[in-house]
Design a binder for this molecule. Sequence first.
Ligand code: GAP
Length: 510
Amino acid sequence: MANEDQFKKVISHAKEYGYIFASSEIYDGLSAVYDYAQNGVELKKNIREYWWRSMVYMHQNIVGIDAAILMHPTTWKASGHVDAFNDPLIDNKDSKKRYRADVLIEDYCEKINKKAQKEIAKAKKRFGDSFNEEEFVATNPRVVSYIQQQKEIIERMAKSLEAEDLADVKLLIEELGIADPLTGSKNWTDVKQFNLMFGTKLGASAESAMDLYLRPETAQGIFVNFLNVQKTGRMKIPFGIAQTGKAFRNEIVARQFIFRMREFEQMEMQFFVKPGEEMKWYEYWREKRLAWHLSLGLGKENYRFHDHEKLAHYANAATDIEFNFPFGFKELEGIHSRTDFDLKAHEKHSGKKLQFFDHETNKNYTPYVVETSIGLDRMFLAIFSNSLKTEELEDGSSRVVLKLPTILAPIKAAVFPLVKKDGLQEIAKEIVADLQWDYNVIYDEKDAVGRRYRRQDAVGTPFCITVDHQTKEDKTVTIRFRDSMKQERILISEISEKIKKAVSYKSWLS
Ligand code: GAP
């Protein structure tokens, strides 16, 4: 319940402070489609930049591209999306609500997992420092049974989905007694497959129009350009191609704000490697990506790996980096070893060779691919929800503060004149005019300074700079830090350097 309340707070805060609006809200919105507002667009841009720099600038063998959203329709036949990009859906006959059958089963397993975690937490408390978690998990009969139950359920579901045995998926839901989470009804329809791609048309007349799809992932734009990039960039294996951009999926279950959207943005990187070396690189990218997440300081305990039992049609190994969202641990990023499936499939469907010529051996081969794929909007939600805090203060009052990682904050500094007279406004505006060359900064003169601080705390601005009468005498200002609320007196000439240090990519990414 507490988490539900926190999630509601996140959604309303995102709207109130100019981060996220429902799309076309004046027409009552569009389900699972959202607009990024004035602060949201900045946070999103900063996350994208943080990813891009770590991927492209920090790796001499990774380059970026920006492929079109609309692609030749055969792309999606080759990639398997036309035939296999389906979700198993199930309807509740009483509530008329539609669910993903696999998600219902996974949520059931998560409940079992929570029971196991509760046992572990209880034992930890009982045994204190002498507690050996590994041994407890392996030997405590209850925990062992919970883990076994989950394993059996997930294995059976994976097997049935793999074999397209949808009747067994329904049977599993019935055997487990899974009810509609909203109404408690167990009156289910059969499970059906539903293709998630949005169709559209290219061309002026109905007769000549070509059926197209809005891309459901950015990855295929990378695969079809593999040889173009390799040749023009003279890239040698191993090398990567990175891309950020919109993707579209007609999601069945889309009720978790920007967690599952119908139009969203991905940040993907395909790393082309020698066949046989893919597992080495898969391990490398698992660790590398987790390190990237940890660099933002949202707390190690909020991440975990979830290795896939059921592999996608193109993968020989896959894991998710899950994040502890307000509604529990869920997928934030996927790392897949995609074999040579995509390049081979595009070769077959296009009739064009998509191979690498190895000058050392004088032989061609089709590279294997390790992919890292993260949803920008999901990353936004992870950061935003984790950063939103309500703090009790020493004087008994409380404040709402958005403790965003400084490097990602939309507004780096707000500059205030203490009062609207005596030339203080002019000095504050001069400071803004100087800082805005390098940072997104704002000027604010409305309300008492205390209220202005609170406003910027809620927006997530890490620094507030106040110009007062002393500024006129000695060219100093107060700089107030969002997280500690401490204040320092510094020279105007020192402000820029102070911000620069706090938002250095070098210190954050290393
Ligand atoms: N190219 C591989 C691929 O697309 P995926 O697991 O389907 O793999 C990758 O998606 C990431 O994209 C996910 O980990 C998630 O962060 C994000 N994502 C997927 N579907 C999404 C949706 N409907 N809304 C928001 N983000 C989504």
